[in-house]
Design a protein around this ligand. Sequence first.
Ligand code: SF4
Length: 263
Amino acid sequence: MEDTGAEGSPPGTDESGFPAYHAGRCGSLAELDTELVRCRACPRLVAWREETAAQPRAAFRGQEYWARPVPGFGPADAALAIVGLAPAAHGGNRTGRMFTGDASGDFLFAALHAVGLASRPTATDRDDGLELYGVRVTAPVHCAPPENRPTPAERRTCRPWLSAELQLLGPSLRAVVALGAVGWQALLPVLGETGWPLPRPRPAFGHGVRLTLPATGQRRELQVLGSYHPSQRNTFTGRLTSDMLIELLAEAAEAAGLTPSAD
Ligand code: SF4
């Protein structure tokens, strides 16, 4: 049985109970991010994130890869969260920031900028000056997986980080966008664990699907929207166009009560 870390001595960073033990004890997103980057709970993903760093693509040769778990990016009082799947081996795993340094991120941040939720349309590295306004971009799996496919066990092991992140965002959070069917399937159980009641049966994923989770206890009502993932497979084929993503993000911003910046 998985060690939840509820009792006994704290698990080591390379034990599967590390996320469950530490994530729920963090009192702020800054603390959560600090603990997260120490995590080595998934041996296959630890090996992969380090292996890709040791074999950089030609275009990135000479760069020092992050090669650690990639924290969420955006303010701690975000009203809107965007949940992808996992960092890319030569994107987030290289730059250390979600969706930064790969084609999916280029597409996403250009759309966020078009809606007024990002200070600039491009994201190249952690020091590029990009700011997000009221939005936090994160993922249910924080280390790059081979072929972008984490196993169910890896998703389960990593889940406490997202659960705690949403918990800490809870007071300000009003809307979440799930990117792709896998992001949708990963997100809904986490929202359930975090305290929002989920409808049964759970609604199927689709681009533009919108779900309202009622307020409960200290939780506000939450709007959950589905969007096709800005993967190259979707953007190159036209399944997801810039206009489609911009329209969806504008709807999400409105649902979150965000007033886009004039930048
Ligand atoms: S995927 Fe998540 S749980 Fe696994 S090593 Fe990375 S941060 Fe830790």
